[in-house]
Design a protein around this ligand. Structure first.
Ligand SMILES: NC(=O)c1ccc[n+]([C@@H]2O[C@H](COP(=O)([O-])OP(=O)(O)OC[C@H]3O[C@@H](n4cnc5c(N)ncnc54)[C@H](OP(=O)(O)O)[C@@H]3O)[C@@H](O)[C@H]2O)c1
Length: 295
């Protein structure tokens, strides 16, 4: 068990990151909780009174912001840096791929993929030199199975999975362990943010499916579990002498992965199409006939 680690958490202003920062601090670790929203960081610091939790503003898409946070952490730790990085910052972009602009797609990758790599590169060297450290990447079950209307987001998590798989082997000789966390539906601000990019647009060829977005949201909300289901796995990833390569949480999400891997692709496609309203019946409803005037 590794105790009293210095841990950096990105995206700690809400949801999984916030809960992770608090749970790590409660477990006795020294936590640098980061994010963009200063007021949310202040409220986190207030909640963590008495714990070893410090906050620093850091936008993972901005090189100068990462460099400033690193310099600050180096100074506050007398040059030690961190023992573990939890790359958690991320968001979902919903909508049919045809209607997602290049700019929005690039924005997804800037945060979820390039941001994660930039933070990793900034904080890795000291861990590598000490031959001890952890890189914990919050991916998603959507990094293993793709959902229509979340293709842009899921593709970033597939990238996170692949980058993490390569990093795990590249860093093994240096004593730095790379762990992937794969959450299912978790009750955070995630769904709200993902839905904010889904516009109900009657002129869209996907209007019939977009009109069902609220149903999908309700399905998500009904199955979502508290962040603690994920933070317990992140704690293991930080503390365990031999962490697993992947943690899927909550447990029942395993079922979804197993079922998806066993069914023929055509069945999975049909199921997902029905779930998301991507069917001919929804997209091309028969025109309503006006009742004919009675003779
Ligand atoms: N909730 C789920 O069902 C679910 C499922 C699978 C995977 N995940 C993954 O879990 C991670 C955390 O999401 P969440 O569910 O906790 O959602 P959330 O409550 O919306 O939290 C997302 C966090 O990411 C931060 N963030 C976004 N852009 C950032 C940037 N450019 N720089 C720094 N921080 C940034 C946000 O902070 P600021 O806005 O203050 O910067 C916020 O703290 C994400 O990687 C998400 O993809 C979530």
């Amino acid at each position: 068990m590794h105790r009293n680690q210095i841990v950096l958490v990105t995206g700690a202003t809400s949801g999984i990151g916030r809960a992770t920062a608090l749970d790590l601090a409660r477990a006795g670790h020294r936590v640098f909780a980061t994010g963009r929203r200063e007021r949310a960081l202040e409220s986190l610091k207030t909640e963590a009174a008495g714990l070893q939790l410090e906050t620093i503003v850091m936008d993972v898409t901005k090189a100068e912001s990462i460099a400033a946070a690193k310099a600050e952490i180096d100074e506050r730790t007398s040059g030690h840096g961190v023992d573990a990085v939890v790359n958690n910052a991320g968001f979902g972009l919903g909508g049919p791929l045809e209607e997602i602009s290049d700019e929005a797609l690039r924005g997804q990758y800037e945060t979820n993929v390039f941001g994660l790599m930039a933070v990793t590169r900034a904080f890795l060297p000291k861990m590598r030199e000490r031959r001890h450290g952890r890189i914990i990447n919050v991916s998603s079950v959507g990094g293993r199975v793709t959902l229509p209307m979340l293709g842009a987001y899921n593709s970033t998590k597939y990238a996170v999975e692949s980058l993490s798989d390569a990093l795990r082997v590249e860093l093994r000789p240096f004593g730095v362990k790379v762990v992937i966390i794969e959450p299912g539906s978790i009750a955070t601000e995630f769904a709200e943010v993902a839905m904010s990019s889904v516009e109900s647009n009657s002129a869209s060829p996907y209007a019939g499916a977009l009109a069902d977005a609220a149903k999908l949201r309700a399905m998500f909300d009904n199955t979502a579990v508290a962040p603690r289901h994920v933070t317990s796995a992140i704690l293991k990833a930080v503390q365990s002498a031999r962490p697993a390569a992947r943690y899927v949480r909550p447990w029942r999400t395993y079922m979804m992965l197993v079922i998806a891997s066993l069914l023929p692709t055509s069945w999975v496609d049909a199921l997902l199409g029905r779930m998301t309203g991507l069917t001919k019946a929804k997209l091309f409803p028969a025109p309503r006939l006006d009742p004919s005037p009675s003779p």
